[in-house]
Ligand binder design. Structure first.
Ligand code: WTA
Length: 657
């Protein structure tokens, strides 16, 4: 974001007061900020009290071995019991937990909490029968169908940490994750529906399993949901098991065991600054406390009357915290939608909101921008009057998109909560409270009660209002990551070494404080890109590019993009043998990245160059490449080993565009 756009942003003077009715009945009111400040541990103990503990905890926080935290020490708890059984025991068994909406129109199914309890119990029994034990890792590679949620909860129920891999990732990406966490089993489906057609998943699982095996890791069982009924090329009777056989025949009785508050709940892989994805480890008691509390406070959930819908995929942290765990721990009724926003036509999301009377809606700025482009006639043709609150997540929301969202989708009566958080934070950290905070388009405002954030300079000193710096969290919080799976050292280095002296968590984002002291998150300051709200590592894409036989060297940058926030732009040097690479080289390389990582990583642009700008110590100066990718005057080149390189690249890029 340029300085000029930034200063325009910081002059934003539109304000939206909370609706009086919402403010009057809000779950969380302004006094919570003071209460949390006055006694932070007591505040979090109170939030943990929303959950049902089999054994109460003795100590709220053990930070003696910082940055390795233990929350709710001595407590014993089961996440699935909290998300399902206890609602049935409290007499809410008939409440709909999931309004499932498949992509094919009319393919719908409602599941009550009582039905969910039976299915989760069956799946837990089936996993145990397949040899999965407490502590074993289970990979989940699924379309957005109820079985994905059921599989997650079944794993939680038996204490087998799950690792959900986004269904849009390639078999290579899946194989790396299977091997890294040594998954014992995989839960998948034959396929899912995508843009009106079945899209296969099982073949990628077969490939990934073979790749993991060649790297010395065998996955012993694959549990397959029959979703599309498409033909499967291969079926291995020793490994593959149909869900309807194994789960369908299992008992609906399952006595759940309770685990230590710090028992691992899941590993979620996310991109870091190196080519190797980081397995972010979350544990049971703290994570569930954070996701349940924030879902209740930020979305003002009234479980008896609200219908909530989060459009994220279960393969990302947003799907974990704000589909499976937070809402279900709170006994919410929610929509689960399998498909894309424009299938079979562009009003699909609004039809769903109208049909189910959705009241709370949570989506990403990239989606909002694409709806803006399509025009307001499409949502205007539907009755969206049930909506009372809108949420945004994944990337900064530009003020125009914020105002359009509020105005066109929310009829100017809904607050918009712009929620900043990360895979690592587990739950929302910075957000308006809908009944308390006035909305300011583009600003995520201030940390929610219980969370302490700051914008600091390179030395870790808070910057004054009106200036920018690095975003840090200054105190531990219950849903914080506990480590990077299998790599404590990388955990300490990545998040805690930059401000070791102060003991701050470094988020990797830049931010500004405006003159009111409100926060504006500006985006990553490291080599991580944010494309349509998805985190991608420049290094990971560079590795994918150099794995192509014709590529000698590659540099990737995230360039500003009107639709996707950032877009992947790659600069490559070809090998001598490759010559000019042939006429299809650009398309070949784009598709190669797609195959290696997945469609979301496919570069918008690939530029073949003769040289890359490097410092005398050999470091690629991505800043300069970004200037080229964003069609800007190239910045300061004085630290380049050869300052003529940039002239060549800029000329080349003009010639090719
Ligand atoms: C970015 C997604 C600005 C940020 C929950 C962060 C945001 C990264 C916002 C985490 C927001 C997320 N405003 N930026 N409201 N929400 N981000 O791990 O750069 O997929 O570090 O978690 O997304 O992405 P992740």
């Amino acid at each position: 974001m340029s300085e000029q756009t930034l200063s325009n942003l910081l002059k934003e003077d539109r304000r939206f007061e909370p609706p009086a009715d919402l403010a009057e009945h809000a779950n969380l009111t302004a006094e919570a900020y003071e209460r949390a400040d006055a006694d932070y541990e007591a505040f979090w103990a109170e939030q943990a009290g929303r959950l049902s503990w089999e054994t109460p905890f003795e100590r709220v926080l053990d930070w003696d071995d910082a940055p390795f935290a233990k929350w709710f020490v001595g407590g014993r708890i089961n996440a699935a019991y909290n998300c399902v059984d206890r609602h049935v025991e409290a007499g809410h068994g008939d409440r709909v937990a999931l309004h499932f909406v498949g992509e094919p129109v009319d393919d719908t199914r409602d599941l009550t909490y009582a039905q969910l309890k039976d299915e989760v119990s069956q799946a837990a029994n089936a996993l145990t029968a397949l040899g999965v034990e407490t502590g074993d890792r289970v990979a989940i590679y699924m379309p957005m169908i109820p079985e994905a949620v059921i599989a997650m909860l079944a794993c939680a129920r038996i204490g087998a940490p799950h690792t959900v891999v986004f269904g849009g990732f390639s078999s290579d990406a899946l194989a790396t994750r299977l091997a890294d966490c040594k998954a014992k089993a995989i839960v998948t489906a034959d396929g899912g529906y995508r843009r009106g057609a079945p899209s296969a998943l099982k073949p990628a699982v077969d490939e990934a399993r073979a790749k993991a095996a060649s790297n010395g890791h065998d996955v012993s069982k694959v549990l397959v949901v029959q979703r599309t009924g498409q033909d499967l090329e291969t079926w291995d009777d020793d490994v593959d098991v149909w869900w309807h056989d194994a789960v369908g025949s299992a008992s609906t009785e399952h006595a759940c065991e309770f685990f230590d508050a710090e028992h691992p709940l899941f590993v979620m892989y996310t991109s870091g600054t190196t080519g190797k994805p980081k397995g972010i480890l979350h544990t049971t008691g703290g994570y569930l406390t954070g996701s349940a509390y924030t879902h209740w406070a930020v979305f003002d959930l009234k479980p008896e009357t609200d219908v909530y819908w989060c459009t994220a995929d279960i393969g990302w942290i947003t799907g974990h915290s704000y589909i499976t765990y937070g809402p279900m721990a709170n006994g919410a009724t929610q929509v689960l939608y399998e498909g894309t926003p424009d299938s079979p036509e562009r009003g699909r999301w609004w039809d769903i909101i109208e049909k189910y009377g959705v009241t709370l809606f949570y989506t990403a700025p990239t989606a909002i921008r694409s709806f803006m482009k399509q025009g307001r006639e499409i949502p205007d043709g539907r009755d969206l009057s049930s909506l009372r609150l809108l949420g945004s997540v994944g990337e900064p929301i530009n003020p125009e998109a914020y105002v359009w969202y509020r105005h066109v989708i929310g009829a100017d009566k809904t607050p918009v909560v712009d929620t900043w958080w990360q895979t690592e934070t587990g739950s929302i950290m910075i957000s308006p409270l809908p009944g308390v905070t006035h909305g300011k388009p583009g600003s995520a405002m201030i940390p929610i009660p219980g969370i302490s954030a700051e914008v600091v300079d390179d030395e870790g000193n808070p910057v004054p209002d009106g200036s920018g710096g690095l975003l840090v969290l200054t105190k531990p919080w219950p849903s914080m990551l506990r480590t990077i799976y299998g790599d404590d050292e990388r955990y300490v280095d990545t998040y805690w070494s930059r401000f070791r002296k102060q003991g701050y968590y470094f988020a990797g984002d830049g931010a500004k404080k405006d003159t009111d002291g409100d926060l504006w998150v500006l985006g990553r300051v490291d080599d991580v890109m944010n494309v349509s709200g998805h985190r991608l590592s420049t290094t990971e894409i560079e590795s994918a590019l150099v794995s192509h036989p014709k590529v000698a060297e590659a540099a990737v940058v995230g360039a500003q993009d009107e639709d996707t926030g950032q877009a992947v732009c790659a600069f490559v040097i070809l090998t001598d043998e490759a010559g000019d690479g042939g006429k299809d080289i650009v398309e070949d390389l784009r598709n190669h990245v797609r195959k290696e990582i997945g469609p979301i990583a496919k570069p918008r642009q690939v530029m073949v160059v003769a040289e890359l700008p490097k410092t005398r110590s050999g470091k690629i100066m991505r800043r300069l490449l970004k200037d080229v990718a964003e069609n800007r005057e190239v910045g300061d080149v004085t630290t380049l080993a050869d300052s003529s390189v940039m002239d060549l690249i800029s000329k080349g890029s003009k010639a090719s565009s």
